[in-house]
Design a protein around this ligand. Structure first.
Ligand code: FE2
Ligand code: FE2
Length: 194
């Protein structure tokens, strides 16, 4: 429950609450994406992220329209799930130096975001139909299709090249000092003769 939300008593209120949840999520995604675009070093991935950022703007506009159709004020409610997904993505990206590995991590994080959106929009489309709002369901379904297409596209790039390149990445050759240190550690951890 968000700070500014009232209690949920009806199915329609639950629908509006979920709408506010994805509204908040889309705004957080919009804020997080420029950083992902900057970090991606594969041209196709960068382009894909850029395109989805544009789509995200359109998706927010669609949500504004849906709020209006529902005679509700467009507003977000804090969604800890998307905050967690984005926080985890930032944390892992901060730990990766290798650009090829980073691309694989970025795709994995972006797909986690897409899957979250797919589950939310999937629910909203089904619920909109149940409350007799086929008009709203139709609009939300357009976004659902975009999220699914994005997930598929990212999965395709990952499978076709990014993951293969990441898997082929070899560890950096240790320096002489590191080799000496490793040798000392191995000797120190040597199994004593029985
Ligand atoms: Fe989205
Ligand atoms: Fe998305």
């Amino acid at each position: 429950m968000g700070w500014f939300s009232s209690d949920i008593d009806t199915f329609e209120e639950l629908f509006i609450h979920t709408l506010q949840d994805i509204y908040y999520a889309e705004h957080q995604i919009k804020k997080a994406m420029p950083d992902m675009i900057e970090k991606a070093s594969d041209a196709e991935l960068k382009k894909g992220f850029r395109m989805h950022l544009k789509q995200t703007d359109g998706q927010i506009k669609r949500l504004d329209r849906v709020f209006k159709l529902m005679k509700s004020v467009p507003q977000g409610t804090k969604c800890p799930a998307i905050d967690g997904i984005i926080e985890e993505a930032n944390e892992i990206a901060g730990e990766i130096e290798n650009k090829t590995i980073l691309n694989a991590a970025l795709i994995a994080a972006a797909q986690a975001v897409e899957h979250y959106e797919i589950t939310r929009y999937g629910t909203l489309v089904a619920w909109a139909r149940l409350i007799g709002r086929a008009d709203v369901a139709k609009i939300l379904n357009m976004t659902l299709k975009e999220e699914k297409a994005t997930d598929k596209k990212l999965g395709g790039i990952a499978k076709r090249k990014i993951n293969k390149k990441a898997a082929a990445t070899k560890l950096k050759k240790p320096t002489k000092a590191e080799q000496a240190e490793n040798a000392m550690l191995v000797a120190a951890a040597g199994i004593p003769a029985i």
